[in-house]
Design a binder for this molecule. Structure first.
Ligand code: NAP
Length: 295
């Protein structure tokens, strides 16, 4: 059996089309243009490429998009004042601070300074708390993207054994929480594995849906999964460069071997990655509608 490929690129394209239409309607009917600012501190090449991709997508969807570049040595106070300025700017509905920040800046302090109503990354404790108790909030983009991929690929989650590998605050913990919620895309029985898990293969072999966010190339091999599993590979690992200098990427699972056993699997690249940016855009449209009292 060769697995169905769940293409994040294709699903993201569908959602972006829906968003483009929604943005046009908001402009035509309500004179409302969703506004997103991305704040980049320093010149980390990976951060520059992430921010550029986010800005390009926002622009393509018809957003008011602002890229605010700040020097590496910006003081914490100046950065906090900048966020305060965007919190008060009514043309901006979503604020994204690209991580990581330089060491002299307290990352939590900066993220917590973003108004929860503009926290389109879903990292503010108010949004995290609301997510846990199942209230309407901005969901963190990568887990939100995974949820959409499962729903739109027709994967049954209710009653499923879901195993998540990784317990970070941006992927592992929130996706485990979302899969537990009593609603569409949830109702699963969830196990979370991490580096202290005694026998990881014992857990992964039980999984109907396996979500891997470890950041370790091919940490999941074919003998660790059962026939018919659905695999969501979140990992993005740079394992070399092409002769042209482009990064060669691979995920956290042994794709070629596991696709012969799985019912469905996401590729890397072209899996979870495109969904993350798309859900940021979806959250920004949501923030704009909320600001105008439309939802
Ligand atoms: P992270 O903060 O480094 O967390 C990794 C987690 O995996 C930790 O909880 C760690 O356990 C666990 N882990 C690491 N090696 C393990 C092993 N051998 N066995 C079991 N558990 C192991 O990483 P992250 O931010 O969640 O990101 C994970 C991966 O997803 C990275 O490759 C990242 O680039 C990728 N990512 C992709 C997207 C996207 O949009 N495609 C978005 C976010 C992240 P401990 O807690 O015990 O250390």
């Amino acid at each position: 059996m060769s697995a169905k490929i769940i293409s994040g690129t294709e699903i993201a394209k569908q959602i972006r089309e829906e968003l483009k239409q929604e943005v046009q309607e908001l402009k035509d009917k309500h004179g409302l243009t969703p506004g997103l600012v991305t704040i980049l501190v320093g010149e980390n090449p990976a951060s520059i490429s992430y921010v550029t991709a986010k800005q390009r997508t926002a622009h393509d969807l018809g957003f008011h998009s602002v890229q605010d570049n700040q020097p590496e040595d910006i003081s914490e106070d100046d950065l906090l004042n900048l966020i305060k300025k965007y919190n008060e700017d009514t043309s901006i509905h979503g604020i994204l601070v690209q991580l990581p920040l330089p060491k002299h800046v307290n990352e939590s302090k900066v993220l917590y300074a973003i108004s929860p109503e503009k926290d389109v990354d879903g990292f503010h404790p108010v949004n995290v708390g609301k997510m846990v108790i199942g209230e309407q909030c901005f969901l963190p983009c990568t887990p939100h993207g995974i949820l959409e991929m499962l729903i739109r690929s027709g994967t049954e989650t209710s009653g499923a054994e879901v195993v998540v590998v990784g317990r970070s605050n941006i992927v592992g913990k929130p996706i485990a929480n979302l899969m537990l919620q009593k609603r569409e895309g949830g109702n699963a029985t969830v196990t979370i594995c991490h580096t202290r898990t005694r026998d990881m293969a014992f857990h992964t072999r039980r999984a109907d849906i396996l979500i891997v966010a470890a950041g370790r190339p091919k940490v999941i091999t074919a003998d660790m999964v059962k026939e018919g599993v659905v695999v969501i590979d979140v990992g993005v690992n740079r394992i070399g460069k092409t002769p042209e200098g482009k990064a060669i990427l691979c995920g956290d699972v042994d794709f070629d071997a596991i696709k012969e056993k799985a019912a469905a699997i996401t590729p890397v690249p072209g899996g979870v990655g495109p969904m993350t940016i798309t859900m940021l855009m979806k959250n920004t449209v949501q923030a704009a509608k909320q600001s105008a009292g439309l939802v």
